[in-house]
Design a protein around this ligand. Structure first.
Ligand SMILES: NC(=O)c1ccc[n+]([C@@H]2O[C@H](COP(=O)([O-])OP(=O)(O)OC[C@H]3O[C@@H](n4cnc5c(N)ncnc54)[C@H](OP(=O)(O)O)[C@@H]3O)[C@@H](O)[C@H]2O)c1
Length: 335
């Protein structure tokens, strides 16, 4: 049986261009007596993939070698099975990579409950929600009414951060570059205010809403947003450093890489919490249980932006850079 796959042909310079990644068909190995064969339904695209395709040897995830399969998380259905506990038809989550079909050992797979859709399994019950929950757990004491600012607020992680923070009693200001995302965050996700950094003056708007300074900054972006927010942090405030998408296309020695306001951090005794969820994969079930118990009957809203077909996945990654993804970016591989 053949599988479709996407491999890295050439390290991208800046955004992904035609020819950086290559779609091909290869023959699958024979299924061993301990394996299942899966067909991937929905594949997650993540901003950090830019860093995996780059050449930085110090990246937390080693650069993907040329001609190798691109790794990714996804939801699949078992189509052939030599494992009693995973019969044909079982839906599973796992690190399948950019492939349509693959042979898998059951140890790397997690069964998906019937009532959880593929889309929910990649958003509300997966990395975006768990990242938001874990990031907010890093905070030392907070007070009801403290101001939290989150950027890339209309995205998969940022929208979860804001909704969970509201349930924790914080006042939430989102930052986005898109009016549709702004409207969704304010009308559906209960954000207190959302600043569109493309049409509003970010500093003036932040000063207006956070008169005594910003208590918590959940940073998904870095770059000029962090330059601006960094100046407005309150004494004894906290920064949660989750992502730096403004830097993902830059070389590791680029002089414009994001900088922290260290002098301001010292003077104001600002705490910094940084983390990479890959270090905490074993804790995912426990973190999800905690989140579910905390959220209780409340519904967390999640938008998904679906790309049809593996062939369109490479250029779709660029949506993260120009902000044209409307929520969690996923690739649909089956009908
Ligand atoms: N630490 C971890 O383990 C971990 C885990 C998951 C995700 N993350 C990080 O969390 C961040 C968000 O991930 P996500 O999956 O939820 O992506 P996302 O927010 O759905 O998509 C990225 C968004 O970032 C914004 N953006 C891109 N370049 C920007 C720039 N130069 N300045 C300002 N905004 C920019 C765009 O939104 P606008 O339309 O608002 O501009 C874009 O839509 C990423 O940095 C990701 O790497 C970290």
């Amino acid at each position: 049986m053949k599988t479709q796959q996407v491999t890295l042909k050439r390290r991208p310079i800046g955004k992904i261009r035609e020819g950086d990644l290559q779609l091909s068909q290869v023959e699958l190995d024979t299924l061993t007596s301990t394996q299942v064969r899966v067909e991937q339904n929905l594949m997650s695209l993540d901003p950090t993939m830019f860093t995996w395709l780059g050449k930085n040897p110090d990246n937390y995830f080693p650069p993907v070698p040329i001609d190798s399969l691109i790794p990714s998380h996804g939801i699949a259905t078992v189509v052939e099975s030599n494992v009693n506990t995973m019969p044909v038809g079982t839906r599973v989550a796992g690190m399948f990579g950019w492939v349509s079909h693959s042979n898998q050992e059951p140890a790397g797979l997690t069964s998906i409950p019937e009532q959880v859709s593929d889309e929910a399994a990649l958003t509300r019950y997966s990395l975006p929600a768990i990242t938001a929950w874990f990031g907010l757990k890093q905070l030392s004491e907070t007070n009801t009414g403290d101001f939290l600012v989150v950027n890339a607020a209309g995205g998969a992680v940022g929208s979860m951060v804001g909704q969970i923070a509201k349930l924790k009693g914080l006042q939430v200001i989102g930052i986005t570059g898109n009016s549709t995302k702004k409207e969704w965050l304010m009308e559906q996700c209960n954000f207190d205010y959302v600043i569109n950094y493309r049409t509003e003056n970010l500093q003036q708007a932040l000063e207006q809403y956070c008169k005594n300074g910003i208590d918590i900054y959940f940073d998904n972006v870095g770059g000029s947003t962090t330059d601006c927010v960094g100046k407005l942090m309150a004494p004894h405030s906290q920064i949660i450093l989750c992502g730096l998408i403004a830097d993902y296309l830059k070389d590791p020695d680029d002089s414009t890489l994001s900088k922290l306001p260290l002098l301001n951090m010292l003077n104001k005794r600002i705490q910094l919490h940084s983390f990479i969820m890959m270090d905490h994969l074993q804790q995912f079930p426990e973190l999800l249980d905690e989140l579910n118990q905390f959220v209780g009957v409340h519904e967390l809203h999640a938008n998904t932006h679906i790309i049809e077909g593996l062939a369109h996945a490479p250029l779709a990654l660029n949506h993260f850079i120009d902000g044209s993804n409307r929520g969690k970016l996923c690739v649909k591989l089956t009908n």
